[in-house]
Design a protein around this ligand. Structure first.
Ligand code: SF4
Ligand SMILES: [Zn+2]
Length: 212
């Protein structure tokens, strides 16, 4: 796909392919450079496209709501695996999962939304305005294009500040539990220390609060 978009973009002056952009960011411990390389930017449409190969393209977004109180029990891309789902909101305390689920359009993964939102921020610093973005997910069977709701620029800046602050702390942060986030452990430079302090494996091997 990267090769195809590169060839395609040769003839389109409004398409920017795999160009790396950097910005300097001031943090308490000094200056940092942040860079990003979006797969494809349409300058005229103010739009970013990013391609992701993935084990399985995201399924429908599933929302489980308590039928007694209307309160949210859980939501996400995964189906609840057992028949009953526990409910903290009502006297009954549990419901038949398939009777209380509502399915909506698939959503892009949180980390990917953050990633393209940071692309937008870096591009903005270079005078390139972007309003919209899509992730093109590809697994071995299909391709699925999902529009992304980009973080507002000020939230994207906050995200950068939070992440940079982690590099400056003297201790290890709380371990990641969210299955949308704990894949990051596979790329974490301090995983060994983290697991030793925690006393058990972390990351995707973390035994599931969440059925994937
Ligand atoms: S291994 Fe995972 S939980 Fe531990 S510090 Fe790294 S990212 Fe956080
Ligand atoms: Zn309930």
């Amino acid at each position: 796909m990267h090769d195809v978009s590169a060839r395609y973009a040769q003839d389109d002056p409004n398409a920017v392919v795999e160009q790396r952009y950097s910005v300097m960011v001031e943090a308490p411990e000094g200056l940092n450079v942040i860079s990003g390389q979006p797969d494809l930017v349409y300058l005229d449409r103010r739009h970013i496209l990013d391609f992701k190969t993935i084990k399985a393209v995201p399924g429908p977004w599933r929302v489980y709501t308590c039928p007694e109180t209307g309160a949210l029990i859980r939501e996400g891309p995964y189906a609840w695996r057992t028949k009953m789902i526990a409910c903290p909101h009502c006297f009954e305390g549990e419901h038949i999962a398939r009777q209380i689920v509502q399915e909506g359009p698939p959503r892009a993964k949180k980390a990917h939304v953050q990633q393209v939102s940071l692309y937008r921020l870096v591009l903005a610093e270079h005078g390139i305005a972007v309003d919209t973005a899509e992730i093109v997910y590809m697994d071995m069977r299909e391709q699925l294009r999902i529009p992304v709701e980009l973080l507002p620029l000020d939230e994207a800046w906050k995200l950068i500040e939070q992440r940079l602050a982690l590099f400056a702390t003297g201790s290890i942060p709380d371990i990641l539990h969210d299955p949308d986030e704990n894949w990051e452990c596979d790329y974490c430079p301090v995983r060994g220390v983290c697991e030793r302090l925690y006393g058990a494996p972390v990351g995707k091997s973390l035994v599931g609060e969440e059925a994937a």
